[in-house]
Design a protein around this ligand. Structure first.
Ligand code: NI
Length: 183
């Protein structure tokens, strides 16, 4: 299998509002192949999430998979998850600040406030509706990917642009201290 070509900051598809996916499309061979290719691409490039606009498709689809790594030792893992037509139903008032990066904006990190807890609905790759409550890093990844489906990049959600950091500096300054939920 080959990686899907990715889009990067500046490509207008990343700024479009993605279209809802007709549920009858989910079971088709083409759609299922796309999902498999998105997981493959995300794993190859070491991401924890990949939204369809990031591979040039303005449709409401994203894949997420979170594993524990040496730089994310305290993370609660998340099994491979397909989110289709997601909605944030409710969220905590409390925000948590943590570092984020994005496959569409390589070699940068920034501090982004996200809701600590969210309740979301979405359809999975079998077309079944799911309603879940997510916390911490899992909630952060969902918010990041759902933002992609609304044409938003994490830098849009930063409140202090002075924390925007080049990856090399980030690794030197923050990563080796360990335990940060960086990605
Ligand atoms: Ni991203």
């Amino acid at each position: 299998m080959r990686r899907l070509p990715r889009t990067h900051l500046g490509n207008p598809v990343l700024r479009k509002k993605a279209k809802p996916i007709p549920l009858r499309d989910i079971a088709t061979e083409n759609f299922q192949r796309l999902v498999t290719q998105m997981f493959f691409t995300m794993r190859k490039v070491g991401g924890v999430g990949l939204a369809a606009p990031q591979i040039g498709k303005p449709i409401q689809l994203a894949v997420i998979e979170v594993k524990k790594t040496p730089t994310r030792p305290r993370i609660v893992p998340l099994e491979p998850t397909v989110i289709i037509n997601p909605r944030i139903l409710s969220h905590s008032r409390e925000l948590l600040n943590d570092w984020e990066g994005c496959l569409s904006f390589p070699n940068a990190r920034g501090l982004v406030p996200r809701y600590r807890t969210i309740r979301v609905s979405y359809f999975d790759r079998f077309g079944d509706k799911q309603v879940k409550t997510l916390r911490g890093f899992q909630a952060r990844v969902f918010q990041h990917e759902i933002d992609h489906l609304n044409g938003l990049i994490y830098v849009d959600k930063m409140v202090d642009m002075r924390t925007l950091t080049v990856l090399g500096e980030f690794k030197k300054r923050f990563l080796k201290k360990g335990g940060l939920n960086s990605r």
